[in-house]
Design a protein around this ligand. Structure first.
Ligand SMILES: [Fe+2]
Length: 403
């Protein structure tokens, strides 16, 4: 008889990825990409990127090549549900047939949400949220696929939202930041142009870069990682350890800029080929929902205390990540080598001017908010990607330790 004993998370699924173009000047192909995707009237979704001239340039390229445009440029960091609804209204009223999102994660995710709403007239944003224990393929079957094309013009190096099939939004009613993961949400074409990425302000470069780093180390530590994700995570960690400091403090260094563009976008493979984020993202999304803290900064604030709680469950992985960051661990015990990863991250945070922990002082988080945060995390699907279960009581204790 066949021994049918199985193990936790034995089956790894991959998600589809679409066309990605990375290189200097590639934003100039945005109209060609719209034509290829069949877009005749594009909704430009953006935060406005004031002072950069990027949005005007994209608009000019589109209209100059016969693509009509409408625009919604009031997206803010941690794109809010009411901003998504307003963008959708513009899409509908202007009779657009495609989306061009220009910016970072908030703009791209808003574009994905608009496509889902347009494909599923009458449904609410909250109808698409992925919940713990529900396989994404079951969730995907409940809705009409978002077939409306989306071209992303990326201007940050961090979120991976420019190419992933995941979309987050801030639910202002429940004060949470849930997400949808649906295979047909992956944008039709992604344009990653270092020419635009290097125009980021310094703090956004540091915060978004740390987000890319978090995708890599959380994905590497994840209990549902695959061989694809493990290999990609180590490559990303090496790139970030070698380039994020330089890029943050000198965005015109073209080599550091290119390397951060790659590090950020490579995490798409990590997130689509079986990887998953863990507890820093799980708590970080709530921190952003409660305080509007930038997503990458939230992850950075939380990383050291939360990953310290994971250390004993996977010291070999932490040691490997320390080596990827350039530490010579020869002669060290497994735990000594694992500890070195924390030393390296502490140094990195300091160099990026990011303070760890101190949630009350930094973000005005109050003690009575912690219980709700612990409760949301312990029922969140992100829980499944952390290397081990962190239940309500332990989560609350961890949060109290960071207050
Ligand atoms: Fe992230």
């Amino acid at each position: 008889m066949i021994n049918k004993q199985v193990f936790q998370f034995p089956i790894i699924y991959t998600m589809p990825m679409n066309k990605i173009a990375i290189g200097w000047g590639v934003h100039e192909t945005v109209a060609d990409e719209c034509k290829q995707a069949g877009i005749k009237k594009a909704l430009i979704v953006t935060t406005g990127l004031k002072g950069t001239g990027i949005v005007d340039e994209i608009k000019q390229i589109l209209t100059g090549n016969g693509i009509a445009t409408a625009i919604y440029d009031k997206i803010t960091s941690n794109n809010k549900d009411y901003e998504v609804m307003a963008a959708y209204e513009v899409f509908k009223n202007a009779e657009c047939d495609g989306v061009v999102s220009v910016g970072g994660g908030s703009s791209h995710d808003c574009g994905k949400c608009v496509r889902m709403l347009a494909a599923n007239e009458g449904k609410q944003l909250t109808d698409f949220i992925l919940r713990k224990g529900v396989p994404w393929m079951e969730e995907a079957r409940k809705h009409k696929p978002a077939t409306i094309p989306q071209i992303t013009v990326n201007t940050t190096a961090g979120t991976s939202a420019e190419s992933t099939c995941a979309a987050m939004f801030t639910d202002t009613k429940s004060r949470t930041k849930p997400g949808m993961i649906l295979p047909y949400l992956a944008p039709t074409t992604t344009l990653v142009d270092p020419l635009l990425v290097r125009m980021m302000p310094q703090n956004i470069a540091a915060w978004t870069g740390f987000d890319a780093f978090a995708h890599a180390f959380e994905g590497y530590l994840s209990r549902i990682r695959s061989r694809y994700t493990a290999a990609m995570a180590i490559a990303i960690i090496k790139l970030i350890a070698g380039n994020l400091r330089e890029f943050t403090h000198n965005r015109m260094n073209h080599v550091a800029c290119e390397n951060m563009c790659w590090a950020s976008n490579m995490a798409v493979v990590l997130l689509h080929f079986g990887g998953a984020v863990g507890i820093p993202h799980g708590i970080g999304l709530q921190l952003s929902a409660l305080t509007d803290c930038h997503h990458g900064r939230a992850n950075a604030i939380l990383t050291l205390p939360l990953e310290r709680a994971n250390e004993a469950s996977c010291p070999d992985e932490f040691a490997e990540m320390a080596r990827a960051m350039g530490v010579d661990t020869r002669g060290m015990t497994k735990m000594q080598a694992a500890d070195k990863w924390f030393d390296e991250v502490e140094r990195l945070l300091k160099d990026l001017n990011i303070e760890s922990g101190n949630l009350n002082k930094q973000l005005d988080i109050q003690r009575d908010e912690l219980e709700n945060m612990a409760s949301v995390y312990s029922n969140d699907f992100v829980q499944e990607g952390n290397p081990r279960d962190v239940g309500y009581d332990e989560c609350l204790k961890l949060l109290e330790g960071m207050l």
